[in-house]
Design a protein around this ligand. Structure first.
Ligand code: 5AD
Ligand code: SF4
Length: 441
């Protein structure tokens, strides 16, 4: 059936920061076609940029689609054109077309083709593209124009690590690094468009390398020289790719923020081996020691999975003791979720949901306790805070400390300012600061 070509669009992104970045780039692409961004409830075209990492991702996509269509029926409007993008599209593309009769399915490596797919769908045929071409999609995307004080920049995609629980190597493909010059150009464009902080993104961002043998630290040193770029962060890293050059950069690159997200997943060597993590509890802890030598104040963050197949109470106790040893500033923790097609999904001794729930509660209590302690230890300190957005209350603004803590401030500060604040109070999730003076913009 021929459909009207959409004039308005909405992109809804789920999951990780890489999806947020992809969603922004898809929005820029549609805007470049002359389409206007509106609320999903009113859009002619709704792009669902999906995540497949945990839980019932596919079912959630189907229920989202059902809800969107029902809402239009209730309001006696035509159904929107629906495009499913992201990792569920990659993993379950044909199933989605068959079951939900969506108009477009586009994988994470093919979304530069979104306008062509939308045109094809408007001409009447469902359009699917889940290719993973070697040629990069990035060259086919429009230049960055307008961003807030903080921006994401994808520098690396895909993963060759094949942790046994993880779907990423299948949905995002093999590790690919974007070229040095393209990244530096995009960073400059982001700064010209208003960014003061850039977070470099990749599933294994610290595995970034180029044909000339440059590593992430070389890239960071080049970005550090961009006038106006005050802060650099990067995520997510794998412990085995944490090279000395990158550790050294934490010691002497001023714009590189003292924060490191370094997932460990579990504290027991037996579980780490079954996960195919290729690092041990001890090698992880020794790595943290080396980083703390050059940057004693580094704030550490991690990811944890509880209830991996075969995880005993003794194994879990080792995760808790690792948390006690490290003292994370913040962390993410998840119940193990079997992903179709991954080796762990077929392992024996899957853990009962009630056991996982109980372990997750104990782990989160420990992580929350440490996060609150880390925040309390900041009270009385003076630090530079980048103002990112308005707070919930009138007159309140929210910024981030160098250690990625949220800081609320009620003084007269503007978006994009970097202000020196005295930290006066701390809760589990945020701090309160008082302006001492504003640094030059
Ligand atoms: N089940 C639970 N958590 C998972 N993660 C990845 N795959 C799974 C899974 N199958 C978590 C890991 C990873 C984070 C992005 O998501 O902790 O670091
Ligand atoms: Fe998944 Fe492991 Fe790769 Fe991270 S390193 S994306 S957890 S396979």
């Amino acid at each position: 059936m021929v459909k009207p070509t959409p004039k308005t669009f909405a992109v809804k992104s789920f999951g990780c920061q890489m999806n947020v970045y992809d969603g922004e780039r898809m929005a820029e692409l549609m805007a470049g076609q002359g389409m206007t961004a509106v609320d999903a409830a009113d859009a002619d075209l709704v792009v669902l940029n999906t995540c497949h990492i945990r839980e019932k991702a596919t079912e959630k996509v189907f229920s989202d689609i059902g809800r969107l269509r029902k809402d239009r029926r209730v309001r006696a409007l035509d159904a929107p054109m629906i495009a499913v993008a992201g990792c569920v599209a990659q993993a379950e593309g044909e199933e989605i077309v068959r079951r939900a009769k969506v108009d477009v399915v586009v994988g994470p490596q093919a979304y530069h083709n979104l306008p062509a797919l939308v045109s094809a769908a408007a001409a009447g045929a469902p359009a699917l593209d889940t290719d993973m071409p070697l040629a990069s999609k990035f060259g086919a995307l429009p230049a960055r124009r307008r961003v807030g004080p903080t921006a994401f920049l994808t520098v690396q995609e895909g993963c060759d690590k094949f942790c046994t629980y993880c779907v990423v190597p299948y949905t995002r493909g093999a590790e690919v690094s974007r070229p040095f010059a393209a990244i530096v150009d995009e960073a400059k464009a982001l700064v010209d468009a208003g960014a003061r902080e850039i977070t470099l993104l990749g599933q294994n961002v610290n595995a970034w390398e180029d044909a000339d043998g440059r590593g992430l630290h070389d890239l960071i040193r080049a970005l550090d020289r961009i006038p106006g770029l005050a802060r650099i962060r990067y995520t997510t890293s794998h412990p085995n790719d944490m090279k000395q050059g990158l550790i050294d950069a934490h010691g002497d690159v001023e714009s590189l923020m003292p924060f490191l997200h370094l997932p460990v997943q579990a504290g027991s060597d037996r579980v780490l081996k079954a996960m195919n993590r290729s690092h041990s509890r001890d090698s992880y802890l020794r790595l943290l020691d080396r980083i703390r030598v050059v940057r004693p104040d580094i704030a550490l963050s991690g990811d944890f999975i509880v209830g991996f197949p075969g995880e005993s109470e003794a194994d879990f106790a080792e995760t808790l003791s690792l948390v006690d040893t490290v003292g994370y500033a913040q962390a993410f923790s998840f119940k193990y979720s079997p992903r179709p097609g991954t080796p762990a999904a077929d392992m024996g001794d899957q853990i009962a949901p009630a056991v996982m729930d109980e372990r997750l509660q104990r782990l989160q209590a420990a992580l929350n306790r440490d996060q609150h302690a880390f925040n309390r230890a900041s009270i009385g300190k003076t630090c530079a805070v980048l103002i990112e957005r308005r707070g919930k209350n009138a007159g309140q603004m929210l910024g981030k400390s160098p250690w990625l803590q949220s800081v609320l401030v009620e003084d007269d500060v503007a978006l994009g300012d970097i202000v020196t604040l005295q930290l006066t109070d701390a809760g589990p999730n945020s701090l309160v600061g008082r302006a001492l003076f504003a640094t030059a913009a």
